[in-house]
Design a protein around this ligand. Sequence first.
Ligand SMILES: *Cc1c(COP(=O)(O)O)cnc(C)c1O
Length: 366
Amino acid sequence: MEKIFLSPPHMSGKEQQYIAEVFESNYIAPLGAFVDRFERSVCDYTGAGYALATNTATAALHLALRVLGVGEGDYVLASTFTFIGSVNAILYQHAHPIFVDSDESWNLSPSLLKEAIAKAPQKPKALIVTHLYGQMTKIDEIAEICQEEGIYLVEDAAESLGAIYHGRQSGTFGDMGVYSFNGNKILTTSGGGMLVSDNEAWIEKAKSLSTQAKEEKPYYEHKEYGYNYRMSNVLAAIGVAQMEVLDERVRRRREICDLYGALLGDLEEIRFMPELAGSRGNRWLTTLTLETGDPFKSMAALEKEHIESRPLWKPMHLQPLFKGALAVVDGTSQKLFAKGLCLPSGSSMSDEDVARVSAVVKRSIG
Ligand SMILES: *Cc1c(COP(=O)(O)O)cnc(C)c1O
């Protein structure tokens, strides 16, 4: 039986043609025309003003905090229900995280955010908010709170490229936004990220920091330290080809989620991750909770049938790494983690694959 992966790469067919163009031009490394094209295509699609292609989204988040002036001893608010890549940059900057729990949307709770701001030992510099599994956060409310409080808003849209809220793309509501093109995301360049903002000076600053912070001199002069975080032209060629099929990929991921809904939705035991009114997520992964069952039992049953699945992210405030960190939590994400399951959701899955997965899930809780 063929293995069904959680979210494998799904090429458009154009990638190798564009890579061949890179080879013909010999702009193998590091930068070149495809990096510019990739950045422009992300701006055109999302409506963001400016973009910087990076080697990972983790690096893009680090650049965002550097550009916004987050440094040692500062406080940074963050979704607790997220992937570690979302918050590593807080540690890179020797700042302190304050984790905020989710609400019924599974995403960051605006009311707990307000509570966290009130309880913070000093005014937090920024908030990193994740649009979990490609589903939109209550981003308008959250942006308003950040604006009122004078806190920078960084959107971790690593999982949510193509998701919209009231017609506007995730990643474009905050001061800066980040997309990921890692191997299992909705689009992939094998590894890659993108930092976006409407502030040209910030993107220019991030570009300088991402290429070793060299001063504009005929020789190598450095006043501050930077990083080697830029994306290569070869990978950008893959990204350009991937962006051409983003609409199609979102459509298919949503279709797969609907199909799971049709096959499993009538079971009392199962609740799918909700979708905010006024939003259209990209359904990067179809995720659900088992109200009484054990998700790890279902995962073991799926594994036996050569089907890859995953628990939900373990909240950051429960990680040994963040023992003792500040957190404003009410048990929501902890409960979701205990009950939750991510199902295979790759856009290259067939309807038969979805049926095969659904049958095993059904049996495992039956
Ligand atoms: C994947 C992911 C990241 C990190 O992306 P990389 O490109 O792998 O560095 C950050 N945040 C979230 C929520 C993610 O899912």
